[in-house]
Design a protein around this ligand. Structure first.
Ligand code: GDP
Ligand code: MN
Length: 382
């Protein structure tokens, strides 16, 4: 789960990272009132869960409350990378002498938290990482030992910060690290962390990714979820306990097992099709789960064929076949289906489906090819 900038910065602030004292508005009038209260120049910032807002025109300076209202009315409702802006953050305008990149993230390969930092932070950090990777500093933290002052000094000195700034830098980094650990985050990122004209640090942008598997320990953080983050279908899937990610293609997939689901998507690609989703229905596939999954898949208007790929282990294919037919009794659709059953009782399962005139397949490539063809035919007839 990702947090918006204003949420991330509020959390950073609680852990001792210096952040601007801004506030969030959902209307231009609210934006004006906040700007009045702050006084002077403010920055109006789109709150959507994507990067590159500055380059997309979602970060604008305003020199008066009236101007803040005008900028807010331009930014509210704006579309940034497919997401609609419903909220703007009004922060005091920053006095930027230098922009630094600073993050703590999980390095899965090293099985440790890692600090990532660069003296060349700001909106072009991706280009810095791509073209001059030596300018990105990486330092691992043994989580048992935790972050020590020598870690901060290593990062600060390698970035070329003046030694007079190292103490303040440690406060920022220690706060960011404590926030990372304390919220069970996967990523806490500040870009840019600025040094002001009076040599103070301030986090003027913030990004956080929380570990979904740890949210049960943080009901207060779970409640911060941005409803704009998940599509309506993803929301329904989460409620049904199904692993589902909506994609852009037209072939709906229902598969048992995450690895098999990934493979099915690859094979659909191989035959020239595009999967509409990733869906792992998990172990077993009782009618109830199949019904929920199919309703979610068919709730996506782009779906023009459904590929069901089940590998029976403990799950028996005949049971799955009955589950599919039972589910389809309750679903009204003319979208074509192709079912591939393999493993325990596969022949019995296929016989049940064939009796009901449901197209079946033995191999995954056969099933994927049939699904791609069925989608084309469906599209042509629609
Ligand atoms: P992002 O584009 O989504 O990463 O949004 P940021 O919050 O990082 O803003 C992008 C850029 O806008 C920053 O790198 C700064 O250069 C600039 N910026 C952000 N806030 C201010 C501000 O208060 N004053 C000034 N002058 N520039 C700002
Ligand atoms: Mn940024």
């Amino acid at each position: 789960m990702n947090l918006n900038e204003y949420q991330a910065k509020r959390l950073f602030g609680k852990f001792g990272v210096p952040v601007p004292e801004g506030d969030v508005a959902t209307t231009p009038e609210e934006a004006r009132k906040i700007a009045e209260r702050i006084g002077g120049t403010v920055v109006v910032k789109a709150q959507v869960l994507t990067g590159g807002r500055g380059k997309a025109g979602g970060v604008k300076l305003a020199h008066s409350p009236e101007e803040a209202e005008a900028r807010a009315s331009e930014i509210l409702g704006m579309d940034i990378k497919g997401l609609t802006v419903h909220k703007v953050l009004i922060d005091p305008g920053a006095d930027i002498a230098k922009e630094i990149y600073l993050a703590v993230l999980v390095d899965r390969a090293a099985r440790q938290p890692m600090i990532m930092a660069s003296a060349e932070g700001g909106v072009d950090i991706e280009a810095v990482a791509e073209e001059t990777p030596e300018k990105i500093i990486k330092v691992h933290i043994n989580p048992v030992v935790g972050l020590k002052r020598y870690h901060s000094i290593e990062v600060a000195s390698r970035m070329g910060l003046d030694a007079s700034m190292w103490g303040k830098f440690h406060t920022v980094l220690a706060g960011l690290y404590d926030c990372f650990i304390g919220t069970d985050a996967m990523l806490t990122e500040i870009n840019p962390l600025i040094i002001t004209g009076s040599d103070e640090f301030e986090a003027i942008d913030g990004k956080m990714t929380l570990d979904d598997n740890a949210l049960d320990r943080h009901p207060d953080l779970a409640a911060m979820r941005d409803p704009g983050e998940r599509t309506a279908n993803e929301e329904r899937a989460a409620e049904a306990g199904i692993n589902y990610i909506q994609l852009d293609g037209n072939i709906g997939c229902m598969v048992n097992g995450a690895g098999l689901a990934m493979t099915s998507m690859d094979v659909i690609n191989y035959f020239g099709g595009e999967p509409a989703n990733f869906l792992d229905i998990g172990g077993g596939a009782k009618a109830e789960a199949v019904t929920a999954a199919l309703n979610i898949i068919l709730g996506d208007d782009n779906v023009q064929a459904v590929l069901i790929n089940i590998f029976g282990g403990i799950t028996r294919c005949d049971e799955v076949a009955r589950g599919i037919l039972e589910a389809l009794d309750n679903i009204d659709t003319d979208v074509p289906f192709v079912v591939r059953l393999e493993g325990t009782n596969a022949a019995e399962g296929r016989a049940i489906l064939e009796e009901a005139n449901m197209p079946t397949a033995v191999t995954l490539s056969d099933a994927a090819e049939k699904a791609v063809a069925a989608a084309k035919e469906y599209a042509a007839s629609a």
